[in-house]
Design a protein around this ligand. Structure first.
Ligand code: SF4
Ligand code: SF4
Length: 206
């Protein structure tokens, strides 16, 4: 037996027209505005506010669980070379043009390598070279927290990212003046092919 729907009588919700009531809004003229005067006043994001990612490159085992769960397909596994030595496993590169900050990737990471911090502000002029900032392999949590502690403004920790398309060299100019360099040698879960490959092809064509 279906229960009859409970509906509140129209007489209870219908307001009678009034010429006086709209003027009651004037009482707010004398109250303190609730506006936050940014940038002169600051707001603190809630603890564990889902902001930018952090990545402990040493802990990341390149399992790609983060890449598989990402609903926005914002993660691309990236092979990296630091000081001429290739990392044993690929690391996630996150595209903030797609990321929804759901942090599913952080929840699924089995080693706790991927994390996040409350910092959430990233503004650019829209110039091509600045848009590179939206696509990064996150930095170590300690470094990110250190920069946030120094500036206390919840901004992205990198000022500029230089990418050399030909050599794959990437340079992060951190806001505290530090420079972090590495090289992207390939993408995907499989390691990139050794660079000796083209030479063999050249020989064949001869
Ligand atoms: S960040 Fe975590 S989930 Fe992603 S590849 Fe590394 S270890 Fe795996
Ligand atoms: S926060 Fe969500 S959308 Fe962003 S990279 Fe992680 S899983 Fe993808």
């Amino acid at each position: 037996m279906s229960m009859p729907a409970k509906v509140v009588g129209e007489d209870k919700v219908k307001k009678s027209p009034s010429y006086v009531k709209p003027w009651l809004g004037l009482k707010y003229l004398f109250k303190k505005p609730v506006t936050i005067k940014i940038p002169y006043e600051k707001i603190e994001p809630a603890p564990k506010y889902r902001g930018f990612h952090t990545l402990d490159w040493k802990k990341c085992v390149g399992c790609n669980f983060c890449g598989q769960i990402c609903p926005a397909r914002a993660i691309e596994m990236t092979w990296i070379e630091i000081d001429g030595k290739m990392e044993k496993r690929p690391h996630p590169k996150i595209d903030y043009g797609r990321c929804t900050f759901c942090q599913f990737c952080v929840d699924v990471c089995p080693t706790g390598a991927l994390g996040f911090i409350e910092s959430y502000i990233l503004t650019t002029t829209g110039e091509e070279e600045e848009l590179v900032l939206y696509d990064w392999v996150p930095i170590h949590p300690d470094k990110f927290k250190e920069i946030q502690e120094e500036f206390k403004d919840w901004r992205y920790p990198v000022e500029k990212i230089d990418v050399n398309e030909e050599t794959g060299e990437v340079t992060y100019y951190l806001r505290n003046g530090e420079i972090f360099k590495f090289k992207i040698v390939g993408y995907g879960i499989r390691p990139p092919k050794p660079q000796t490959q083209p030479k063999k092809e050249e020989k064949k064509s001869e």
